[in-house]
Design a protein around this ligand. Structure first.
Ligand SMILES: Nc1ncnc2c1ncn2[C@@H]1O[C@H](COP(=O)(O)OP(=O)(O)OP(=O)(O)O)[C@@H](O)[C@H]1O
Ligand SMILES: [Mg+2]
Length: 207
């Protein structure tokens, strides 16, 4: 399984190029930090990688990537469901029996330092706990590709640090992870780095 971009470039109609000539090969077990100034096209590139929109030029090859997972800047869960429920559900959906699903969910919660809030309702979690839970839930769904957009943008430093620890633990053999971020600590928590600023179209050409 891998994902490969070939001479990838994108621009919106009537706008300058966001990036061009992006060649990258992404592998499972790696966590890729995607950086670049605001407006450089990080979120746009995530949606291209997901296959939600078509690139203006170049291509993306997805080899053996099944399900795509997303985690956004604002954690979005079910208010009255517990943290444990949030992680158990995707495991049940993947066909595990309830006991096995709950055991695995408990283990995943531990990996993301959420054991102490396993029985807590989503609406009672702190922002950092909720964000870590979103990462835990996403990884429980065993996506081939996991796209994470600005996971620490809303958080204070100590809280962000815990989320960054969780990012570090996303590397699993089954998943390619891409994290768009402005946070240098998040970048450091990743195994690899793609800097969109390097792929800016500098010549100002509009064709
Ligand atoms: N559907 C669209 N149509 C036209 N322009 C768009 C569209 N989506 C995004 N843009 C523009 O493309 C540029 C890149 O947007 P994008 O959201 O990818 O940047 P970003 O790097 O994620 O920025 P940030 O760090 O602020 O999240 C911005 O100038 C944005 O206004
Ligand atoms: Mg963005």
């Amino acid at each position: 399984m891998h994902l490969e971009t070939d001479d990838l470039g994108h621009r919106f109609p009537g706008r300058p190029w966001l990036f061009r000539h992006l060649d990258a090969r992404l592998e499972p077990g790696r966590v890729y930090a995607l950086t670049g100034p605001s407006g450089s096209g990080k979120s746009t590139l995530l949606s291209l990688l997901a296959g939600w929109s078509e690139p203006t030029e170049g291509s993306i090859r997805r080899a053996g990537i099944g399900h795509v997972g997303w985690v956004f800047q604002n954690p979005h869960g079910t208010p009255r469901r517990t943290a444990l429920d949030h992680v158990t559900l995707p495991l049940l959906a993947s066909g595990l029996d309830p006991r096995t699903a709950e055991r695995e969910a408990t283990e995943i919660l531990g990996r993301f330092a959420l054991s102490s809030v396993a029985a807590q309702e989503f609406r009672r979690l702190s922002g950092g706990e909720a964000q870590r839970l979103m990462l835990a839930r996403a990884i429980a769904g065993r996506p081939g590709l996991l796209l994470v957009d600005e996971p620490t943008a809303q958080l204070d430093l100590p809280t962000a640090r815990r989320v960054n620890d969780a990012i570090r633990r996303l590397a699993t053999d089954a998943t390619i992870v891409v994290v768009a971020t402005h946070d240098e600590h998040t970048r450091d928590a990743c195994t690899d780095h793609i800097d969109l600023a390097r792929f800016e179209a500098r010549d100002g050409a509009t064709t």
